[in-house]
Ligand binder design. Structure first.
Ligand SMILES: *[C@@H]1O[C@H](CO)[C@@H](O)[C@H](O)[C@H]1NC(C)=O
Ligand SMILES: *[C@@H]1O[C@H](CO)[C@@H](O)[C@H](O)[C@H]1NC(C)=O
Ligand SMILES: *[C@@H]1O[C@H](CO)[C@@H](O)[C@H](O)[C@H]1NC(C)=O
Ligand SMILES: *[C@@H]1O[C@H](CO)[C@@H](O)[C@H](O)[C@H]1NC(C)=O
Ligand SMILES: *[C@@H]1O[C@H](CO)[C@@H](O)[C@H](O)[C@H]1NC(C)=O
Ligand SMILES: *[C@@H]1O[C@H](CO)[C@@H](O)[C@H](O)[C@H]1NC(C)=O
Ligand SMILES: *[C@@H]1O[C@H](CO)[C@@H](O)[C@H](O)[C@H]1NC(C)=O
Ligand SMILES: *[C@@H]1O[C@H](CO)[C@@H](O)[C@H](O)[C@H]1NC(C)=O
Ligand SMILES: *[C@@H]1O[C@H](CO)[C@@H](O)[C@H](O)[C@H]1NC(C)=O
Ligand SMILES: *[C@@H]1O[C@H](CO)[C@@H](O)[C@H](O)[C@H]1NC(C)=O
Ligand SMILES: *[C@@H]1O[C@H](CO)[C@@H](O)[C@H](O)[C@H]1NC(C)=O
Length: 463
């Protein structure tokens, strides 16, 4: 409580940057920013590219496990917009997601209206964009330093300063080699009174920077942290638009462990598209009897004809479904079975299959549930049905259908783009899946997996 928080905004004189606090409408979460470039006009191609860039980057940075960072560019010169977005390694998941989400919502418009270029430090994340390529080059034009005056009873400033310097210099030299471009560490020392002390440090660069740029950016900030104003502080940070440095005495810095992990599925956006060809009289998901459909059913179709309760067809069907699921689960024949039971006109034919990427436990669970009559809730009394559970597929009918592909409908799900070089990704994906599609038919078990590497092209990247 007795310590004092000091904030210093340092800007090199040659830049026409706008300092914090000049405009009333700037959100509080904005700690520092600079605008650059000329203005774009409303509705221009540049504005469209910029909107696209910012929303793609923030969605991708929030959705995937790639360490809360994204860089990329959209469009072609002269309307090309390049940018990056990054959460600070010591911001927690909530704060980071909140920050990324807000960055897409056009808060920026209040900050740098119509400006073609901008760098902005929110509390938890950093957003930059420009019309000229800047990725790969550190911006050391300005920084925001904040620190606390020495904690009470801290003695031996000389040793503290020296230890801090040694720790942060070491981190600065090594962080460039880190794929996620951040590094934390600590350094213990004994002060003149014989008391043990520990300095904790964190350094981080934006991930577009090559090692040398990252290190030189941090060296620049380390000098700022050694200014007379800050030299005796026991808790401080220097935030720029390309790198970040923080230190604390006797108080570990929380690193966001989730930097390495995919965030909870709920916070990402899973897109689901159900496509139905118009010519079919199928029952779609979400109709009146949707309430009793189990959650594991992802989509299904039913025929229009009913069987009679207690009739021969129903008996054959019960026999069919239980045989299918038992045999598919019991033998080693690749979790597939197709069978017919009975004779016309009460003959029931069917197949059951687990998806090749389903785990054994999930597959067995799925096959077991199918035999338990969940289906009756899905298509009560219907003679034919196709149903996709999460892990397996069941089809049956009174009409012969084995040997004929049903391409009448499908359920597509996907994650928002994680790659900026969509063209190369799409080309590679198309090539790979085409090859697999050509060869899968010859496979005894009718499945095939594969992979194809490609090199991303970063439009607008300098190195
Ligand atoms: C750019 O747009 C802002 C706000 O729309 C305006 O205040 C500023 O004068 C413009 N700058 C130039 C150089 O046109
Ligand atoms: C995340 O950080 C914010 C801002 O510092 C803080 O208010 C919040 O309590 C933190 N949440 C967790 C789960 O640590
Ligand atoms: C995000 O926006 C909401 C609503 O305007 C605001 O309450 C919150 O503080 C913002 N968070 C950040 C990190 O900017
Ligand atoms: C600082 O030292 C004094 C005297 O030894 C002690 O009374 C006080 O509690 C200490 N303050 C802190 C924050 O440790
Ligand atoms: C802090 O430590 C650095 C590195 O040892 C040194 O260059 C600098 O002069 C020190 N500053 C003070 C005020 O002791
Ligand atoms: C870095 O931070 C993590 C998480 O806060 C911590 O577990 C780890 O010990 C730290 N590493 C060092 C070298 O201090
Ligand atoms: C830092 O602390 C030392 C020792 O307490 C003191 O001699 C020195 O004047 C302080 N430096 C500044 C810039 O306040
Ligand atoms: C088929 O059975 C369902 C459920 O038992 C019933 O609601 C429906 O009216 C029946 N349709 C025909 C054509 O009999
Ligand atoms: C199987 O049924 C059980 C009990 O109704 C349910 O908890 C589980 O999620 C179902 N599993 C699948 C894969 O449908
Ligand atoms: C994706 O690749 C396929 C095959 O090369 C091509 O036909 C299609 O137009 C591409 N789509 C986009 C959006 O680039
Ligand atoms: C196919 O999947 C298996 C099992 O996950 C894996 O070991 C193998 O490497 C994959 N094959 C290719 C070509 O990716």
């Amino acid at each position: 409580m007795s310590a004092r928080l000091v904030v210093l905004l340092a800007v090199t004189a040659s830049l026409g940057v706008v300092a914090v606090g000049q405009e009333a409408q700037i959100p509080q979460s904005v700690s520092d920013y600079s605008c650059s470039g000329t203005n774009f006009t409303d509705g221009s191609q540049y504005e469209k590219n910029l909107d696209n860039l910012v929303s793609t980057m923030s969605t991708a940075a929030a959705a995937n496990g790639n360490g809360w960072f994204r860089s990329g560019s959209v469009g072609a010169a002269p309307d090309q917009a390049s940018g990056l977005i990054m959460c600070y390694a010591d911001s927690n998941v909530t704060e980071c997601l909140d920050c990324l989400r807000n960055a897409t919502r056009g808060d920026l418009k209040g900050v740098c209206p119509h400006s073609r270029g901008m760098s902005i430090n929110y509390g938890g994340c950093l957003l930059r964009y420009a019309e000229t390529p800047f990725l790969g080059t550190a911006d050391t034009s300005g920084w925001l330093a904040s620190w606390w005056t020495p904690a009470p009873n801290t003695t031996d400033m000389a040793t503290m300063n020296e230890t801090r310097w040694r720790l942060l210099s070491g981190l600065t030299e090594s962080v460039g080699d880190q794929p996620l471009r951040f590094l934390n560490g600590s350094q213990a020392y004994t002060d003149v009174l014989g008391k043990g002390q520990v300095v904790y440090g964190l350094v981080q660069c934006t991930r577009d920077l090559p090692p040398s740029e990252c290190t030189s950016c941090l060296k620049f900030q380390l000098r700022a942290a050694s200014d007379p104003d800050m030299v005796n502080s026991t808790d401080g940070s220097v935030k720029g638009f390309s790198c970040y440095l923080r230190y604390q005495l006797n108080d570990p810095i929380d690193i966001n462990a989730a930097l390495h992990r995919r965030p909870p599925a709920m916070s990402a956006r899973l897109l689901i598209l159900l496509t139905v060809t118009a010519s079919l009289s199928v029952v779609a998901v979400g109709n009146d009897d949707a309430q009793q459909v189990p959650a594991s059913v992802s989509f299904y179709t039913c025929s229009s004809t009913n069987y009679t309760h207690g009739g021969k067809y129903e008996k054959n069907l019960n026999n069919l479904v239980s045989t299918l699921s038992t045999e598919a689960a019991a033998n080693g024949n690749g979790w597939f079975r197709s069978v017919s039971v009975g004779a016309s006109p009460y003959k029931a034919s069917g197949l059951i299959m687990c998806y090749a990427d389903t785990s054994v436990a999930e597959c067995q669970d799925c096959l077991r549930n199918v035999s338990r009559g969940d289906l009756q809730g899905v298509c009560p009394q219907k003679k034919s049905m196709s149903v996709n559970y999460g892990g397996c597929l069941l089809r049956y009918s009174d009409e012969p259908f084995l040997g004929i592909a049903d391409v009448s409908r499908w359920l597509a799900t996907w994650w928002p783009p994680e790659a900026m070089d969509v063209a190369s990704m799409n080309k590679t994906r198309w090539w790979l899946l085409s090859q697999l599609a050509e060869s899968a038919g010859d496979q005894h078990l009718r499945f095939l997996n594969g992979s194809q590497a490609y090199t991303r092209t970063w439009l607008g990247t300098r190195r």
